[in-house]
Design a protein around this ligand. Structure first.
Ligand code: FCB
Length: 409
């Protein structure tokens, strides 16, 4: 069996908007329900109140780490006004994790921003970097003792979302629809969930990506001045695989989609790898993924090997930085399939570790069946949540992951 780094973290991940409920001051909340077929987050999993129960489930399964987020819209409901009560709330979460023997991995930004931030221009606005730096500084007092802090989740996906919102806004202005409908910077879900082929996402805009790198560096600097945590960010990995003759195209796409952000991680203490599936690249670019009975509930290919590809690529581009797998999982109704996928993904992870990748932990996405950015149908959870009573029902995969961790540690 592959030897794992001492203190290797085993656990699961969540994001505040997807589980807390009633994230009223956020840009995403404001945009929900605007797109046809997009569902609202509403009470979500009510984890804002039930976080102890969530953490207890993880601890009871024998898992030792929990990645969760702090919600900017709650911490800073109006520019410059920091809510002490909300800071105390998130500190209680951190303390609860410690009390239950869980290592908290805390994300400061997971796709959602305060609506006011979006309205003043969001990530492309003049004050974006300064605002994010100030927010990180405001959160820092509650991070005492926290070992792992993620400044920003999937900046490469965020760049796509910001670009899409800009395009919609421009379109709205052109059509003179205006009427505040496409309020500045509000963005729409990129995940149009279908059983069919996944709609192709536009590529992340490099200029927006560079702005996010700048914001990440500003937050990293301010956190390092104030706390002793390891600071990093997490990158969505597409695990591109080139068709014969398409190697050059693959490298070009990798830069735009991933490497800009992995290079932006240099100088960090770790980098988060987030991997779900893999994508073929032909001479003309990314090949649309065809319909297939094995596709997941978000229309992606069943590719547990993607995690190995993602980890190896990340290790190569970052020059061997410490890696935390901060997300890996599958949208399926069939928990047996989740177990099979995860078991296979872990084998690929171990092979990458055996080949020298410095991996410090594995956090499964997700602890709970949650609000998947506009849709409730794609279920990624180790635990089912009753949408009316909020009762948590652990699936066999939760105990299975606990056991997988035990035999490996
Ligand atoms: C990632 C996101 C996470 C969740 C999973 C399925 O891109 O970080 O919030 O939506 O995908």
């Amino acid at each position: 069996m592959t030897e794992l780094a001492p203190g290797f973290l085993w656990g699961a991940s969540t994001a505040p908007h997807q589980i807390e409920g009633n994230n009223l001051g956020s840009d995403f909340w404001a945009s929900e329900g605007r797109m046809p077929g997009m569902e609202r987050s509403g009470d979500a999993c009510d984890s804002y109140h039930r976080y102890r129960e969530d953490m207890q489930l993880l601890a009871d399964a024998g898992l030792g780490a929990y990645r969760f987020g702090v919600e900017w819209a709650r911490i800073e409901p109006v520019p410059g006004m920091v809510s002490r009560a909300e800071l105390a709330h998130y500190r209680r979460m951190i303390d609860t994790a410690f009390e239950l023997g869980l290592t908290p991995v805390v994300t400061l930004h997971h796709f959602t921003s305060p609506l006011w931030f979006a309205q003043e221009g969001g990530w492309v606005g003049d004050r974006a970097v300064e605002r994010f730096r100030a927010y990180a500084a405001a959160v820092s007092p509650i991070l005492d003792g926290v070992e792992w802090v993620v400044t920003m989740n999937e900046p490469n996906m965020l760049a796509i979302m910001v670009g899409m919102a800009q395009a919609m806004q421009n379109q709205a202005m052109q059509n003179q629809v205006g009427e505040n409908q496409q309020a500045a910077g509000e963005w729409q879900s990129p995940t149009v969930d279908t059983e069919g082929p996944r709609p192709q996402l536009p590529a992340p805009d490099v200029k927006i990506g560079e702005r996010l790198v700048e914001a990440h560096h500003a937050a990293r600097e301010v956190l390092r001045e104030r706390i002793g945590a390891k600071v990093g960010w997490t990158v969505a990995n597409r695990a591109f695989v080139a068709r014969p003759g398409a190697e050059e195209k693959k490298r070009e796409l990798e830069y735009i989609w991933e490497d800009l952000y992995l290079e932006g991680a240099r100088g960090d203490d770790f980098v988060g790898v987030q991997s779900y599936s893999s994508q073929w690249v032909g001479p003309d670019g990314i090949e649309p993924h065809p319909q297939h009975p094995d596709n997941t509930l978000v229309g992606t290919a069943y590719r547990p090997d993607a995690l190995g590809i993602a980890v190896r690529h990340t290790a190569e581009v970052t020059g061997g930085m410490p890696i935390l797998v901060t997300e890996n999982g599958i949208a399926t109704r069939d928990d047996t399939r989740r177990i099979a996928y995860t078991g296979e993904a872990l084998r690929h992870l171990e092979a990458a570790i055996a080949d020298g990748a410095d991996v410090r932990g594995y956090l499964h996405w997700s602890l709970l069946d949650n609000y998947e950015w506009g849709h409730w149908e794609p279920t990624f959870g180790l635990v089912e949540v009753d949408r009316e009573t909020f009762e948590r029902r652990p699936k066999p995969s939760l105990a299975w992951l606990g056991q997988a961790a035990r035999v490996r540690n």
